[in-house]
Design a protein around this ligand. Structure first.
Ligand code: NAD
Length: 318
């Protein structure tokens, strides 16, 4: 295991880089990379990089650390071994190429979905590995035992059916659901993943997308409900049923029981809410677990690539 502290340059001081936590009034929320690293024992924030001068000023004021307009200057001047890329997907490849040419950098944490498409993400893994850099995508649920153990174990080796509602885009939000589902049951190859779609009404533009692989069958719906904010998913097996809350941070668990009324039939009964104690600290939790999780690099890489492949195909159909 890596024994020293990770020394970090953070590129992109927007929402996920810095702003979400400044907008939030809750002290115990950790939604951004900068705040999470500041309070994480294994990491030390060394510098920021940001093209916007107002955000650079804000960062300097809050963190009292060097901040650069340009990544090259930061890489030259700062003693760092890990870079976080928290910019928009359009410039991920360009930034990653520059970082991978810098010998001292051993780790990159890249914001999801990782580049503009599957081809770009594959390319980024390839050049990172060529330069002995491990690249991790920030699908934070993948690294969190609440999802990767507690929820996963409910459906181990089972056939599952999934109904997933998402808003604000396939690449933006639906990618989180896909990444989570791939963790429950990982395909062996891309060829195992099948796609189809239907329309709820013939005149409707929106399509309901079906994606299946191995033991998983999922339908993805983009509903026309304004107040519905994020994502909501339901997963069924022959024994268990889970229903997420609206931001997909916690689940209610239902167990199958034989119905007294209709013998032979069965129904699900509410058992309990599976409490997620880290739900307000998810980004910090990612960093707290990172040292331990580094060893699962290959699994994270596989899941991130499958996620990217699926969202590309879904976007094409849509
Ligand atoms: N993991 C998650 O849950 C999660 C949540 C929100 C956003 N994201 C992802 O994070 C990424 C950024 O999203 P956001 O909402 O924070 O966007 P944003 O626009 O708020 O922030 C991006 C920041 O990067 C800066 N920037 C752009 N190019 C730069 C460059 N070359 N050098 C330095 N800074 C540069 C911009 O000025 C901006 O401040 C996206 O890929 C998005 O999908 C992930």
């Amino acid at each position: 295991m890596y024994k020293k502290k990770f020394k970090v340059i953070l590129v992109g001081l927007g929402n996920i880089g810095m702003m979400y936590d400044l907008k939030s009034k809750k002290k115990n929320n950790f939604f951004t990379h900068s705040k999470s690293i500041k309070f994480s024992k294994d990491f030390v924030l060394k510098a920021g990089v940001e093209i916007s001068s107002s955000k650079r000023k804000l960062f300097e004021k809050i963190f009292k650390l060097p901040v650069f307009k340009n990544l090259n200057s930061a890489l030259d001047k700062i003693d760092a071994n890990l870079v976080i890329i928290a910019t928009n997907e359009n410039n991920h490849v360009k930034l990653l190429k520059r970082i991978s040419g810098c010998k001292k950098i051993k780790y990159i944490i890249l914001e999801k979905p990782g580049g503009r498409n599957f081809k770009e993400l594959k390319y980024m893994f390839r050049i990172s590995e060529k330069n002995n850099i491990r690249l991790f995508l920030n699908y934070f649920r993948m690294y969190d035992e609440y999802y990767s153990k507690e929820i996963k174990n409910l459906f181990s080796k089972k056939n599952i059916d999934v109904v997933a509602n998402y808003k604000r885009g396939i690449r933006n939000n639906c990618s989180h659901i896909i990444n989570f589902l791939l963790m429950l049951n990982t395909p062996k190859s891309q060829k195992d993943i099948k796609f189809s779609f239907f329309k709820k009404h013939s005149e409707e533009k929106k399509k309901v997308l079906n994606v299946s692989w191995n033991k998983s069958k999922a339908i993805f719906i983009n509903p026309d409900i304004k107040k519905f904010s994020f994502v909501k998913i339901q997963v069924f097996s022959n024994l268990n049923y889970i229903l997420s809350n609206n931001d997909f941070s916690e689940f209610d668990l239902y167990k199958k029981k034989k119905s007294v009324m209709l013998s032979g039939n069965s129904e699900f009964k509410f058992l309990k809410t599976l409490k997620n104690k880290n739900k307000d600290k998810y980004q910090k939790f990612f960093y707290d677990r990172f040292k331990e999780n580094v060893k699962n690099y290959k699994f994270y890489k596989k899941n991130s690539l499958f996620t990217s492949y699926i969202i590309d195909r879904m976007s094409l159909i849509n």
